[in-house]
Design a protein around this ligand. Sequence first.
Ligand code: DAH
Length: 357
Amino acid sequence: MDDLKNKYLTAIADAADENALEELRVQAVGKKGEVSLKMRELGKMTPEERQVAGPALNALKDEINSALAAKKAGLADAALDERLRTECLDVTLPARTERRGTIHPISQVTEEVTAIFADMGFAVAEGPQLESDWFNFDALNIPGHHPARAEMDTFYTHRAEGDERPPHVLRTHTSPVQIRSMQAQGAPIRVIAPGRVYRADYDQTHTPMFHQVEGLAIDKDISMANLKWVLEEFVKAFFEVDDVELRFRASHFPFTEPSAEVDIRCSWEGGTVKVGEGDDWLEVLGSGMVHPKVLEAANIDPNEYQGFAFGVGIDRIAMLKYGIPDLRAFFDSDLRWLRHYGFSALDVPTLHGGLSW
Ligand code: DAH
């Protein structure tokens, strides 16, 4: 037994890799291994002999198994050390220009919008993309029978058969974040909420997933005049010009009263879009004074507080600012398009440093 022990412990210590180790395991303690064969001989021994040889063989088997396990761990550590030595990557090296990725125009514009509103005292709020129909509709004064539910081409989720609860929806707008942030924070409040929204629609200016940024300002003395000023400041800062021609159109949204839609003058010549000139108008946002019922749904007293809200199409204003003619290209992941329209990761948009350069 001592011979066996010495033979295997030495061999295990000398094993060069996991394959050699596995071979040794089979030879020693495998089904037909030397130790296992010895164990079979126990049957032929007298009870007295067996009482000595049995425990000794078991101990030998345990010792070999532990040596195998220890050696295996040692080999794995050595292999990891070797990999760490050879596969090191110096992350401080400058990127290779030809492989450098770009910031997607949607991300860029979201950062630009956030920088502008942060400067006016708006914090960033978030909500889930999979939303309950209460937050997406009811709390925003859009009851079950309201035509706006049908108009929005909502994506509904599936409920199991027999489950009577109303299905969740992919949020059709960022407006539910108004309710969530008012519930969480109360009034006064000043937030924007950028994010993805979903509607079943597809053409040159509509995709089933797109982006909005919601704005909300609630306090004790907020009027439509504040709304108009904030929107004009925003549009001028965003397009980086002293003047942009805006059109405020009286409109209707269930969650605002009164409501206004805002269009920007533009032209669509030769497949490219130009802002500030031409005979076309592109609708970029909806806005208005928050409806008292919406405040109530968010547990805010409409006799004490009032304020404005707006929803901007991020993709729309990105198309306008950067002359991108087809919305669908935003989501094609075409590398040539991304290189052309993308932004440098190192130029973070700020108001003082410049938004887009
Ligand atoms: N939620 C509206 C939409 O998706 C946009 C909107 C309009 C948001 C008016 C607002 C608002 O906050 O006041 O069409």
